[in-house]
Write a protein that binds this ligand. Structure first.
Ligand SMILES: Nc1ncnc2c1ncn2[C@@H]1O[C@H](COP(=O)(O)OP(=O)(O)OP(=O)(O)O)[C@@H](O)[C@H]1O
Length: 674
């Protein structure tokens, strides 16, 4: 072994066996050293045994390619353009999926055999758990653009390479894969890769944005940039809007700038995020010209130039890829006298042909501007928050803020300061400028108090005072602040029981429940087929798929009794779409509890490779079929959610701690921890 290699191995062993806590800190070197530690201490890789890259057999590679077919086409266009810029410098490009499997490649044909020998080719598995620290694998862990330069690679086989990799995300924010730019030879200085790092990040963003526009081709897209004159091509913030100007998609730039996951932005009227009215949007749609736009709410002062890209195909409606209700005029170019039609849409879009829901929506419309406090009741996942947002969008205060507070999820120690706000210096750890509480932020708009049944008793007393007096007293303040309050509360609990048990104040109940809107469970709704089609279209679009639903699969969906209601339906469709990719979704793609099929036993599955990747050992006891079915269901959900524990927990309607506990019980380990 050459002395360079043995020195490298000594270095990796020394740092990789160090105590992980001694490696705190940021910067490129810390990222690499943390990865070396992970490779040795968690993945059990041995740097003294250099191993060539694992190459998957071609039929498995085809499976990986098919799962991201639509996205691959967009990515290839970006890769070709990028390749034109870096080919002369000896670079080649890889596209991998979110597991690190290479699904596409562009490189100089004359060097193909060398690239292949180095593992820079289709089918190569660059997941850190197998390949050690490398561009793709470490980028998947860090979810950020990184360079792994020469001896920063874990495995001595790869120390001649330089690899720069950037993550690629779906409009939902979910990781889709990685764009990698690599070379067999490069100058020794790491700094030589700076420009490549910028280019890789820039093209990754361009590919994501092209995919975003593909997914939301039937929506109007508001594009915002900071360079006037270039906003059409380089606006880095994009919002897809529906007929009412409500956000139905937000790209990575928008998520980064406006904070939070896509799910938090989706459903908000754009007029709340930006200081812009519907009239201005309609004017932009008509003129096609860009206009200055200022961010609203807590992002005030950010100045943009904005342009509105109309939906593809004149006269089509911007309501999702599978909208079947025929051509409609584009809402954003409709004139003001259609305002009432738009207002009614927000609530009417919640239902198909169901008499109970129709009565509820008609009743809501009569109540929404009456200042009667509304209490929405319904089992978990029936759409209480969705209804609250639609009520707000329908109301006369639609252009004012909608502030949602989940009374069950704010830690008890913070709930008071979050709700009421605080003055500068009023408690340790608070912001030096103080903070406006959520109640005051809702001034003139809607305050949505979700899971109100879980609010601690002491706070119920304070909330009661706020409701009675329409003013809040921030922590540390001497004088109360007046608030124009419109409250919608929601709960899945029986508040009368809670009152009887002394857990909920009766006087607060009567303050909140001026009128009660009872959402029916999904199993009782007659418009299930409408909801299936609507949610299927939305989910397919978010995943960037052009999918269809087999009639037999629709029948299975309609036969299920949906204990988790619309949330469970959405998750089941997301799960099925992830299984099916771009081909039609069939019964076998549905989660076993929906399809009615006996869950396959882990040991009997034909696609053993991914199972082996996820299970350390066969599920604990083969005699316990139910256990095995549970393990399989969990494993499938983990894979469908790219091993993201939080979204797996949402899919299965369990809390994260339960998912971790079940993983431990079934011996399931995340692939990058194996
Ligand atoms: N009418 C609807 N159309 C489309 N999707 C809906 C509808 N109603 C609910 N959903 C979807 O169902 C899921 C649950 O909705 P929501 O959070 O509003 O339910 P919830 O009753 O407030 O749940 P919880 O009680 O757990 O807070 C979300 O993914 C939402 O997008």
């Amino acid at each position: 072994m050459s002395s360079v290699r043995s020195r490298h191995i000594d270095n990796v062993v020394r740092i990789g066996t160090a105590n992980a806590s001694s490696l705190s800190g940021g910067g490129p070197q810390a990222i690499i050293h943390k990865s070396w530690t992970r490779c040795m201490q968690q993945h059990g890789l041995d740097p003294t045994r250099p191993t060539p890259t694992r190459i998957l057999p071609s039929d498995l590679v085809r499976d990986h390619q098919q799962r991201m077919d639509g996205f691959m086409r967009v990515a290839r266009a970006g890769m070709q353009d990028l390749y034109g810029r870096v080919a002369d410098l000896g670079y080649m490009l890889l596209l991998t999926d979110a597991e690190g499997i290479t699904v596409d490649y562009i490189g100089n044909p004359a060097s193909e055999s060398q690239f292949k020998a180095a593992g820079l080719y289709i089918g190569a598995d660059w997941n850190e758990a197998h390949a050690g620290t490398c561009g793709v694998g470490t980028c998947l862990v860090e979810q950020a653009t990184i360079t792994c330069h020469q001896a920063e690679h874990f495995d001595a086989t790869h120390i001649a390479l330089t690899c720069t990799a950037a993550p690629l995300r779906a409009p939902s924010g979910q990781l889709l894969g990685v764009l990698d730019v690599s070379a067999l030879h490069s100058p020794q200085a790491r700094e030589s890769q700076h420009l490549v790092q910028h280019l890789t990040a820039m093209y990754a963003q361009m590919i994501e944005d092209a995919n975003f526009l593909r997914c939301f081709a039937r929506h109007a897209v508001l594009r915002l940039g900071t360079v006037p004159g270039l906003v059409e091509v380089s606006g880095h913030v994009m919002f897809a809007l529906d007929d009412d100007g409500v956000v139905c998609g937000a790209n990575t730039g928008a998520r980064r700038h406006f904070g939070g996951p896509a799910a938090d932005l989706v459903g908000q009227p754009i007029t709340q995020l930006l200081d812009i009215g519907m009239d201005a949007l309609r004017r932009m749609a008509r003129s096609g010209a860009s206009e200055p736009v200022t961010a609203g709410g807590s992002h005030r002062n950010a100045q943009f130039q904005g342009i509105l890209i109309p939906p593809k195909g004149a006269g089509t409606v911007a309501s999702g890829p599978a909208a079947t209700d025929g051509p409609k005029p584009q809402a954003l170019v409709r004139s003001a006298d259609h305002a009432d039609t738009r207002r009614s849409d927000a609530l009417d879009r919640l239902l198909g042909d169901d008499a109970v829901m129709r009565r509820l929506v008609d009743q809501s419309k009569r109540l929404v501007d009456s200042h009667v406090p509304l209490l929405i009741r319904g089992e978990t996942g029936t759409g209480k928050e969705v209804l609250a947002r639609a009520l707000h969008a329908y109301s006369a205060r639609a252009a004012q803020p909608f502030v949602a507070v989940n009374c069950a999820s704010i830690p008890e120690s913070l709930i008071e300061s979050e709700l009421f706000g605080y003055m500068p210096g009023s408690f340790t750890g608070g912001r030096s400028k103080g903070m406006k509480g959520l109640i005051a932020q809702s001034d003139g708009g809607t305050l949505f108090l979700d899971e109100i049944g879980d609010m601690p008793l002491a706070l119920q007393t304070r909330l009661l005072r706020v409701l009675a007096e329409s003013e809040v007293l921030p922590l540390g303040a001497e004088r109360p602040v007046a608030v124009r309050l419109n409250v919608i509360a929601a709960t899945h609990r029986d508040l009368r029981h809670a009152i009887a048990d002394g857990r909920f104040r009766e006087d607060l109940y009567y303050r909140l429940a001026g009128a009660t809107l009872a959402l029916p469970p999904l199993r009782a709704r007659k418009d299930q087929a409408f909801l299936v089609r609507k949610l299927f279209a939305e989910e397919a679009c978010t995943l960037g798929l052009n999918a269809s639903l087999d009639p037999e699969a629709l029948r299975s969906l309609l036969a299920h009794d949906w204990p988790g209601n619309i949330r469970e339906l959405r998750n089941a469709l997301r799960f099925a779409l992830a299984q099916a990719g771009d081909r039609p979704v069939v019964v076998a793609d549905l989660p076993p509890e929906v399809s009615g099929a006996p869950a396959p036993q882990p040991a009997e599955r034909s696609d053993t490779a991914p199972v082996q990747q996820g299970l350390r050992a066969p599920a604990a006891d083969a005699a316990h079929a139910a256990e095995d079915a549970g393990a399989t269901r969990l494993l499938q959900a983990l894979k469908a959610n790219q091993w993201n524990i939080a979204s797996t927990a949402r899919t299965l309607q369990r809390c994260r701690a339960t998912i971790y506990r079940q993983m431990e019980r079934y011996g399931i380990t995340q692939p990058h921890l194996l």
